[in-house]
Ligand binder design. Structure first.
Ligand SMILES: [Zn+2]
Length: 405
């Protein structure tokens, strides 16, 4: 029986780990059946199909995977952006009522319908820029009931076929009203929230913000320990401002990823490498907060896999577009074009615990992009132009309605 669809006459960037580098198949073709890739190979060997799309020699890549976002929130913090641009410090902005706390009020006050509508609008923008899988964290309510509500709203938005959603429970901060009984709050997270999330299957992993002003290393160990007991994989925001030793802890816990890493020791890097923990680079937030660049050369030399994500959030990176992050990663972080592509495809999928995601190979979901260019470097090079560079996006072998032509 013929495949449902063959995309032919394409430069297929497979990201297939069994091929060299980006796994480019020049003059290639892809056969798809029932939403899954059945075959990838030379155009000359392509099978017949019910429907054939001629890509005209253009680039075809895996759909992009955004493995770190805080896409569910209400309100915005444009005022903080303006203050930062005018040279105000983090502490001055916090004293003026800024920071994560400024998003808690509007998010808690928003109805489910509003939160889902806001999230769907952001998902549309991400999809238009090529994101076919998006991780979304809770973390802007910080009460047990409120965090469960955010995860249910994420699940509601995830009923749409594209992009695919991977939900994460994020222990973001101790909320201002619980500062006086901090240890009781942590016990609530450990003994109520995490087990409930696991029972209701509301999140695929548990994330934590371990840094100065957020959770300590001991609190992180306790909360992530509860996640492991509940059977949930773990990951962490670590070393954005201060290295508290959380990279080493995440390596011990065989975490999926360690994210940010502006501050990390050589020992932390070695341990991430030997434990196979993906380092998630978040250049948008790094640039906006004027932080030092993570040690990309050392991570590369140690063999740590690097992913790149948007960190979409209202405070430090209000951006849905992964190709813009690829530009920042190449120009500001010193990553190569090849690293940038693997960072938003195969390595990002690994950071989400999706071992064959972000690749074009047999038996993988047919999530792919037909670009309006033929050179992989064009995507970060023409930064800000993602939507016009995308010819069409397919999720599960179905062309999404946002296509340009
Ligand atoms: Zn984040």
């Amino acid at each position: 029986m013929n495949p449902d669809l063959v995309i032919r006459n394409a430069r297929v960037l497979t990201c297939d780990p069994s091929r060299f580098g980006l796994g480019m198949v020049d003059r290639g073709a892809i056969a798809i059946r029932a939403g899954v890739i059945e075959w990838v190979g030379p155009d000359a060997d392509r099978p017949g199909a019910t429907r054939v799309v001629d890509a005209g020699g253009r680039l075809v890549t895996p759909g992009l995977v955004d493995c770190h976002t805080h896409a569910i929130f209400a309100g915005d913090r444009a005022n903080e952006f303006a203050m930062r641009a005018a040279g105000k410090t983090y502490l001055e902005i916090a004293a003026a009522g800024g920071g994560i706390g400024a998003t808690l009020g509007p998010t808690r006050a928003a109805t489910d319908e509003t939160l889902v509508a806001l999230l769907l609008a952001r998902l549309d923008l991400a999809l238009a820029a090529g994101t076919t899988t998006m991780e979304i964290k809770s973390g802007y309510d910080l009460t047990v009931a409120g965090e469960l509500r955010l995860l249910r709203c994420i699940a509601a938005a995830g009923r749409r076929p594209a992009p695919r959603i991977v939900p994460t429970l994020l222990a973001h901060l101790v909320p201002p009203e619980r500062k006086a009984d901090r240890s009781a709050y942590i016990i609530e997270l450990r003994d109520q929230l995490i087990p409930q999330v696991a029972t209701d299957k509301l999140a695929a992993s548990v994330d934590i913000y371990c840094d100065e002003g957020a959770f300590t290393l001991a609190e992180t160990r306790s909360i992530l320990g509860a996640a492991k007991i509940a059977g949930l994989p773990v990951r962490g925001h670590v070393g954005q401002f201060t290295d508290l030793g959380a990279a080493e802890l995440l390596a011990d816990l065989a975490a999926l990823s360690a994210d940010h890493l502006e501050q990390i020791t050589d020992r932390g890097i070695e341990q991430l490498a030997s434990a196979g923990v993906v380092a998630v680079m978040l250049p948008g937030a790094c640039v906006q907060l004027r932080l030092p660049v993570p040690p990309v050369e050392k991570l590369r030399a140690a063999g740590v896999l690097m992913a790149i994500a948007s960190d979409l959030n209202p405070g430090s990176s209000y951006c849905e577009q992964l190709p813009l992050q690829m530009w920042l990663a190449t120009t500001h972080y010193g990553m190569t074009v090849e690293e940038a592509w693997l960072g938003v495809t195969r390595h990002a999928a690994k950071a989400l615990g999706l071992p064959t995601g972000g690749t074009l190979q047999a038996d993988v979901q047919a999530d792919l992009i037909v670009w309006a260019c033929d050179d992989p470097a064009t995507v970060p090079y023409r930064y800000g132009a993602a939507s016009s560079l995308i010819e069409s996006v397919y999720v599960g072998g179905v062309r999404c309605g946002m296509a340009v032509s």
